[in-house]
Design a protein around this ligand. Structure first.
Ligand SMILES: Cc1cc2nc3c(=O)[nH]c(=O)nc-3n(C[C@H](O)[C@H](O)[C@H](O)COP(=O)(O)O)c2cc1C
Length: 171
């Protein structure tokens, strides 16, 4: 079974998860820019990973573009984000209708270190926090945190191993 991990992130959290998954499953990892449409069509099993910025998956446009191709494959999506809230909303706003049912989706906790952010992202985060009324949520949004841990990939490894194993049995 030809398999690949395709990820898009900004400050390393998504890339770190992709690297751990690649090592655990012995699957190559790529960025969307590294793959042509012909490359994508060649894969049977695709693990996609993306972080979330202001409610948007960074890989959103890529998923939209290749939704037709992805629909016929075994696909897992892992979403790296700051909070456990609004997960349903994130999916509704980022995943094309027709693809939603055929995806296996996981949410993984991310990392936010203010001093590492670009000026623009720090600004966006502050603006976002200003619009939030609840003081606790506001504080949470601006707090540094690092919840990127290798054990968080266990469930994805387990489901992926089943997919890979099922294929090797059927051959
Ligand atoms: C400007 C900015 C906006 C963000 N917006 C969201 C958001 O809407 N929802 C969310 O859950 N996390 C949000 N986050 C948190 C990121 O998704 C999280 O830090 C993630 O780990 C980043 O992963 P990366 O380094 O792979 O890009 C935001 C972070 C920044 C800096």
């Amino acid at each position: 079974m030809k398999s690949v991990i395709i990820y898009k992130g900004k400050y390393g959290a998504t890339r770190q998860y992709a690297e751990w998954l690649g090592a655990a499953l012995h699957i190559p990892i790529k960025t969307p820019e590294e793959l042509s449409e012909a490359d994508i069509k060649m894969y049977d099993f695709i693990i996609m990973g993306s972080s979330v910025y202001i409610g948007k998956l960074l890989i959103r446009e890529w998923i939209k573009r290749y939704a037709g191709v992805l629909k016929n494959k075994k696909v897992i999506l892992f979403v790296v984000c700051g909070s456990g809230k609004a997960q349903e909303k994130i999916l509704k706003q980022n995943i094309p209708e027709g693809l939603f049912e055929s995806l296996h989706i996981f949410f993984l906790p991310g990392r936010l270190i203010q001093s590492k952010l670009s000026w623009k992202d720090r600004f966006m985060l502050r603006m976002g926090a200003m619009l939030v009324k609840d003081t606790e949520s506001k504080k949470f949004m601006l707090q540094d945190r690092d919840n990127v841990k290798e054990e968080n990939i266990n469930a994805i490894v387990s489901v992926s191993s089943d997919v890979l194993e099922a294929d090797s049995i059927s051959l």
